[in-house]
Design a protein around this ligand. Structure first.
Ligand SMILES: [Zn+2]
Ligand SMILES: [Zn+2]
Length: 797
C-alpha cells in the first residue's frame, strides 16, 4: 500500500477526467428527447479576485448534487461562467490599476485555475462571460425586444445616486440608504434613466410562486418587496386646475374624515400649482429642498414639513373643500404620490395636522368597530362600511377598487464604463432609434479614462458617440450609459443551453430541453435583485415564445455564510486563505469534505484549521482501511446479511435520503465515517469488501479524487464517476432485533436485545424484568411507562 498523497492523486485524476471529458454533456440531437435531464446551477461568480470559502461551499454543494444525479443515470448539465461586467469587476480594476478588460480576464484565469484545482465537475465547453461580445450581442438583442414591447423605456425620475461609485443604483441595490457595493450614503437625484417595466409583471411574480419549490423565507421577502395591497383609488377634484387627482387608499372607510390633501413634491401637478399659487416661490424652494433627501428619511421624519398651496380639493365623499398641501412625507414612489389626510386615523397625518393646526375629524369608533360621522354609513361595521363606501363612490364616479404595489420599475442604466452599451441612437427628428439587429453588437469602445466621473465615460469617445441615425441618416448620438450587469445575469442560465449559437441568444428547443434550472444554489441576498429580475425576464421571454416555461429556477437553495474567527470571510477583512492554497496544504478532497462537514450547508459556519486537519485524518484512515479490507478480502458479498453488510446498506439508505430528499449534506459524511469505523474494527470480517466499496462509492461526490484512486488501485474497478449510485437492499434494512434502552425516571439503567415483533406491553414487561432496573425500583410503585417503539422504555416512579 502506498501512502496517501493527495496532491499527486488529485493532479492525476483531474487529468484523467479532462482527457475523458467526464463531465461534459452533449446536447440532444434535434428531435431527440432523452429522458432524465438535470440542470444543476450555482450563481455565477464575478471575477473580482480570488475565490473565497463561500464560493467553495457553493460550488462543492453543487458538485455533490452533480455527481449524485449523474450517477442516478441523469443527463446533468453543470456549466460555469463569469459575471464579468459591472461594478465589482470594474472597481477591482480601479483598485488594481489597469484596464477593466485586462484585470477581469486575468482574474477569470486565476479563478478558473482555482476551480480546476478543487476538482469540480464542470462542463468547461459552455463557459460564458458577460463582457464577451459574443454574449453581450444577445443581451443587447434582448434589450431591443423589450424596447419594442415597451417593456424598456426612458424617463426622468428620482433615482438613487452613489456619490462614491458615481452612478445610479437600482432600488434593489440600496440597503438602508446605503450603496450595496461600497457602503456610501445614497443621494436622491432626478435624472433621465432607462427602466424595465417589471411592475407590469408584479401580479405574475406573486402568483407564480405557487409553481416553484423555493424556501418560504425567500418567497416572503419577494412578496414584501412587491408589496401588493388591495384598496381603492379615489378621485379628489381640484376645481381651480380642472383636474381629478387619483389617490390610492386601503382605508376608504375613513374618507369622511379626510380634512386635507397632500401631494408629494415630485407630483407632476406641483409645477402647475406653483405657477398659480401665491406661495409659488415657497413651494419651489420646498421641492428643491426635499429632492435632496431620501425617501425613507422623509417618510420617517418626526417633524413633518410642508407648504400650503392656497388651493382646495373636494373631499370625494362630502364634496367639502379641503386644503391642498405639498409635503415630503408623501412619496411619489408609493401609491399615486398623493394622499387624502385622515388625521384621526393615521399617525403621520395626525402629526402633520397637529403641526399645521388642521381639522381632525373622527369617523371610526375604534372600540365599537363602527363608522361614525360618515353620512348614511354611520353605524356600519368597518369592513361592511368600507365595501359600501367604495361601491357608493363608484356610483358617484369618485372611486373604484384598485390594487397598489410597492415594487417600482427596474432602473438599469449606469453612468459607468464597464457594461454592455445600450443599443440605441438619439436623433433630433426620429427620437430614440434602435440599432438594427444586423449591426449588433454595439461594441464597448475604448476610452481614454474609464474611471467614473458622474458623466458616462463612453460620451468622451466622440468618434464612437456620433453616428448617422439608423432611420433617417441624419446626425445621431449613441446612448452613452451602459447596462447594469444584472441585465446580463437575468438570462445567462439560458445561454448555457446553447452557448455557441450565433443566430439567436439560444435555440428554443435546447432551452426547453435543459431549462428551467432544476436546482439553483446561491445567496439569499439576491432575493429582491437577481432572483426577481430573472423571473421577470423569463416571463417576458415566455410571452415572446422564446421559451416554453415561465419560471427560471424550479428549486432553490441558499447556502450559509462561512466565518473564520467569528467574522464573515471576505477579502476586505483580510481573513481569507485562498482555496487553492488550502488544497496545496491539505488536498482538495479535504477542503471539499470539510466545508460540507462543518455544519448544515444552509446555516452560517465557522471555518477552523483544526477542523480541516480532522477531516484529513479521516481520509488517511479511509485510505488505510480500504486497502486492508481489499487485501484481506474476507469474502461475503453484499447480501450476506452479516452485520457489516447490513451496516453498509443502512449507510447507503441514509446517504441517499439525506442528499436526494432531505437536502442535508453534513450527516452523510458522518454516516460514512461511522461505516469506516465499523469496518476498521475488523477489515477481514465477512462483508468487509462490500463495506469498503460502499464507503468509497458514497464518499465519491464529496471527495472524488481519493474515491477514484481507491476504487481503481485498491478495489480493482474503474471509472467510479460513471458507476450507478448504489441501492440499499430493503431486505437488509429490516432489522429483526434492536437494542432496547431502558430508563428509570429518564436515566438510562440498562440496554437489552429486543425483537421488533414485541408489543408495547411485552417491552414494558422486559424492562421491569431487568435486574438493574429492579435494583433501582427498590419496591417503588411504577406510575407510568413511556414506550418509544423500536427504541426505549422509560419507567416513571
Ligand atoms: Zn457605491
Ligand atoms: Zn433620424
Amino acid at each position: 500500500m502506498e501512502t496517501y498523497d493527495p496532491q499527486a492523486i488529485e493532479a492525476k485524476w483531474q487529468r484523467v477526467w479532462e482527457d475523458a471529458r467526464a463531465f461534459y454533456v452533449a446536447n440532444p440531437e434535434p428531435g431527440e428527447q432523452p429522458k432524465g435531464k438535470f440542470y444543476m446551477l450555482e450563481m455565477l461568480p464575478y471575477p473580482s479576485g480570488n475565490l473565497h470559502m463561500g464560493h467553495v461551499l457553493n460550488y462543492t454543494l453543487g458538485d455533490v448534487l452533480t455527481h449524485f444525479h449523474r450517477r442516478q443515470g441523469e443527463h446533468v448539465l453543470r456549466p460555469m461562467g463569469w459575471d464579468s461586467f459591472g461594478l465589482p469587476a470594474e472597481n477591482a480594476a480601479i483598485r488594481e490599476g489597469g484596464h477593466p478588460r485586462e484585470i477581469t480576464e486575468r482574474n477569470i484565469e486565476t479563478i478558473e485555475h482555482q476551480m480546476r484545482r478543487l476538482g469540480w465537475a464542470i462542463d468547461w465547453d459552455r463557459v460564458i462571460a458577460a463582457h464577451d461580445p459574443a454574449y453581450y450581442h444577445w443581451t443587447q438583442w434582448l434589450f431591443l425586444r423589450f424596447f419594442e414591447r415597451d417593456l424598456a423605456y426612458r424617463k426622468e425620475a428620482p433615482v438613487n445616486w452613489c456619490p462614491n461609485d458615481q452612478t445610479v443604483l437600482a432600488n434593489e441595490q440600496v440597503i438602508d440608504g446605503h450603496c450595496e457595493r461600497c457602503g456610501a450614503e445614497v443621494e436622491a437625484r432626478k435624472m433621465e434613466q432607462w427602466f424595465f417595466r417589471i411592475t407590469s409583471y408584479a401580479d405574475a411574480l406573486l402568483h407564480d410562486h405557487a409553481q416553484i419549490d423555493w424556501p418560504e423565507r425567500t418567497k416572503t421577502i419577494q412578496r414584501n418587496w412587491i408589496g401588493r395591497s388591495e384598496g381603492a383609488e379615489l378621485l379628489c377634484r381640484i376645481d381651480e386646475l380642472d383636474v381629478d387627482v387619483p389617490v390610492f387608499t386601503t382605508r376608504a372607510d375613513t374618507v369622511f374624515g379626510a380634512t386635507f390633501f397632500v401631494l408629494a413634491p415630485e407630483h407632476p401637478l406641483v409645477d402647475e400649482i406653483a405657477e398659480r399659487s401665491p406661495n409659488g416661490d415657497e413651494i419651489r424652494e420646498y421641492v428643491k429642498h426635499s429632492a435632496a433627501k431620501r425617501g425613507e428619511e422623509r417618510a420617517a421624519a418626526e417633524e413633518k414639513t410642508g407648504v400650503f398651496t392656497g388651493l382646495y380639493a373636494a373631499n370625494p365623499a362630502t364634496d367639502e373643500p379641503i386644503p391642498v398641501w405639498v409635503a415630503d412625507y408623501v412619496l411619489m414612489e408609493y401609491g399615486t404620490g398623493a394622499i387624502m389626510g385622515v388625521p384621526a386615523h393615521d399617525e403621520r397625518d395626525r402629526a402633520f395636522a397637529e403641526r399645521f393646526d388642521l381639522a381632525i375629524t373622527q369617523v371610526v369608533d375604534e372600540e365599537q368597530g363602527v363608522l361614525v360621522n360618515s353620512g348614511e354609513f354611520t353605524g356600519m361595521p368597518v369592513q361592511d362600511g368600507l365595501r359600501a363606501i367604495v361601491e357608493w363612490l363608484g356610483e358617484r364616479g369618485r372611486g373604484r377598487p384598485a390594487v397598489s404595489f410597492r415594487l417600482r420599475d427596474w432602473g438599469f442604466s449606469r453612468q459607468r464604463y464597464w457594461g454592455s452599451p445600450i443599443p440605441v441612437v438619439y436623433c433630433e427628428s426620429c427620437g430614440i432609434v434602435p440599432v438594427p439587429d444586423d449591426e449588433l453588437p454595439v461594441l464597448l469602445p475604448e476610452v481614454e479614462d474609464y474611471r467614473p466621473k458622474g458623466k458616462p465615460p463612453l460620451a468622451s469617445n466622440e468618434e464612437w458617440l456620433h453616428v448617422p441615425c439608423p432611420r433617417c441618416g441624419g446626425e445621431g448620438t449613441r446612448e452613452a450609459d451602459t447596462m447594469d450587469t444584472f441585465v446580463d445575469s437575468s438570462w445567462y442560465f439560458l445561454r448555457y443551453c446553447d452557448p455557441d449559437n450565433d443566430e439567436l441568444p439560444f435555440a428554443r428547443w435546447l432551452a426547453d430541453f435543459w431549462a428551467p434550472v432544476d436546482q439553483y444554489i446561491g445567496g439569499i441576498d439576491h432575493a429582491t435583485g437577481h432572483l426577481l429580475y430573472s423571473r421577470f425576464f423569463v416571463k417576458v421571454m415566455n410571452e415572446m415564445e422564446m421559451v416554453g416555461f415561465r419560471e427560471p429556477f424550479q428549486r432553490l437553495f441558499h447556502q450559509g455564510w462561512v466565518r473564520q474567527g467569528g467574522t464573515k470571510m471576505s477579502k476586505s477583512r483580510g481573513n481569507v486563505t485562498a482555496p487553492d492554497q488550502l488544497a496545496e496544504m491539505y488536498g482538495a478532497d479535504a477542503v471539499r469534505l470539510y466545508i460540507l462537514f462543518v455544519g448544515p450547508a444552509d446555516q452560517d459556519m465557522d471555518w477552523t484549521e483544526e477542523g480541516i486537519e480532522g477531516v484529513g485524518r479521516f481520509l488517511r484512515r479511509l485510505w488505510r482501511i480500504v486497502h486492508e479490507a481489499a487485501a484481506a478480502d474476507g469474502g461475503g458479498g453484499s447480501g450476506d446479511g452479516g452485520p457489516l453488510a447490513r451496516k453498509a446498506h443502512e449507510t447507503i439508505a441514509k446517504v441517499s435520503d439525506d442528499i436526494g430528499r432531505r437536502f442535508v449534506f453534513n450527516t452523510p459524511i458522518a454516516a460514512v465515517m461511522e461505516l469506516v469505523n465499523e469496518l476498521g474494527r475488523d477489515p477481514s470480517a465477512p462483508g468487509a469488501r462490500f463495506a469498503a466499496e460502499t464507503a468509497v462509492s458514497l464518499i465519491q461526490p464529496y471527495a472524488p479524487h481519493i474515491a477514484e484512486e481507491l476504487w481503481e488501485s485498491a478495489l480493482g474497478h474503474s471509472r467510479l464517476w460513471e458507476r450507478p449510485w448504489p441501492l440499499a437492499d430493503e431486505a437488509q434494512l429490516r432489522r429483526e432485533t434492536f437494542e432496547l434502552v431502558i430508563q428509570v425516571n429518564g436515566r438510562v439503567r440498562d440496554r437489552v436485545e429486543a425483537s421488533t415483533e414485541e408489543s408495547e406491553d411485552e417491552l414494558v414487561a422486559r424492562a421491569k424484568a431487568s435486574e438493574r432496573v429492579q435494583a433501582q425500583l427498590d419496591g417503588k410503585e411504577i406510575r407510568q411507562a413511556i414506550v418509544v417503539p423500536g427504541k426505549l422504555v422509560n419507567l416513571v416512579v
